[in-house]
Design a protein around this ligand. Sequence first.
Ligand SMILES: Cc1ncc(COP(=O)(O)O)c(C=O)c1O
Length: 372
Amino acid sequence: MKVPLLDLTREYAFIKADLFNNLEVIFSSQSFILGKHVKELEDNLKEFLGVYDVVGVSSGTDALLISLMALGVSRGDEVIVPSFTFFATASSVVRVGATPVFADIDPLTYNIDVNDIEKKISSKTKCIIPVHLYGNPCNIEEIVKLSNDKGISVIEDNAQAIGAEYGGKKTGSFGIMGCLSFYPTKNLGGAGDGGAISVNDEKLSKIVRMLRVHGSEKRYYHDYIGINGRLDEIQACYINLRFRRINQNNEERRNIAKKYNSLLSDLENSELLFTPKENVNSKHVYHQYTVRVPKYRDDLKKFLYDNGIGTEVYYPLPLHLQKCFSELGYKKGSLPNTEKAASEVLSLPIFPGLTDDEIFYVVDNIKKFFRR
Ligand SMILES: Cc1ncc(COP(=O)(O)O)c(C=O)c1O
């Protein structure tokens, strides 16, 4: 048997017929950019997230960039970010000329540690970008409270967590802005690159809408220096079709996680492997099902690969130790929980359509590895 880390083809059958009907209309009209499908997607997400506005953009990376530009974050400002995240969370900060300040993580959830954020706040801190890593909400309420007290803005990096909840409220609706990615592998993936910004402020929503089209509201009249950050109709059409199953798919992911948790509990009891942990008041949407393997992680990964099972390490080298950030002066040991996680995490196959037989096969092989 072979079990891939992700198989998107299993969901495709649900949307295929509608997709080709819609594509025919798009191609016949030759209307490809910022049209009715983008508007429909923005309306769908605005209602789903419960926010003032949602603006479709060209990628999750551009969503972060535009959000920082809209807040006027620039040279001399500091932005607190986790180091245990995808590169774009921090690179967007550098692209607006500001300095990323890396905070450590909570070793149980792998999400940014609120106590470390507090320690790293300085007079230059303009913004915090917490990430809901793997689809697991971070302590967003505490972070927003802390930042409100200090007059700092919060942009949620919600790229991996569409549909996740904290205290019954959707992630992406807590900060002044939230960033979504529609990269194909995401829980709401597109047929290429795409993203969106959820905005909780009328004035900022106008600015964000302008920034995605070169800072202009009226064509060829520019109030700001923006970017070409538009979302295509073809993408939006595909994402709208996949959006119809988002709740169902997230529930399916949660059920798969429950099965893994119970099947792996004996390994957890013998401290060979630790299953993901969810806060009591939050709802994880398992973009990734990531276990911690304190010893032999890389050997286990290889063993599973040899037995036809796809796994991945998100992320093997923390951002504070990346070559491109070396001038910031972080060293090995600067963020101990982050560095430990990077050497121990392993994401197992999880996606809508994963069968029980496949789950059993993955678990059986993990157990076989530890019995060797
Ligand atoms: C946490 C996080 N932030 C930002 C991004 C960037 O999104 P995109 O790939 O759509 O630019 C991603 C996606 O890979 C991500 O996982």
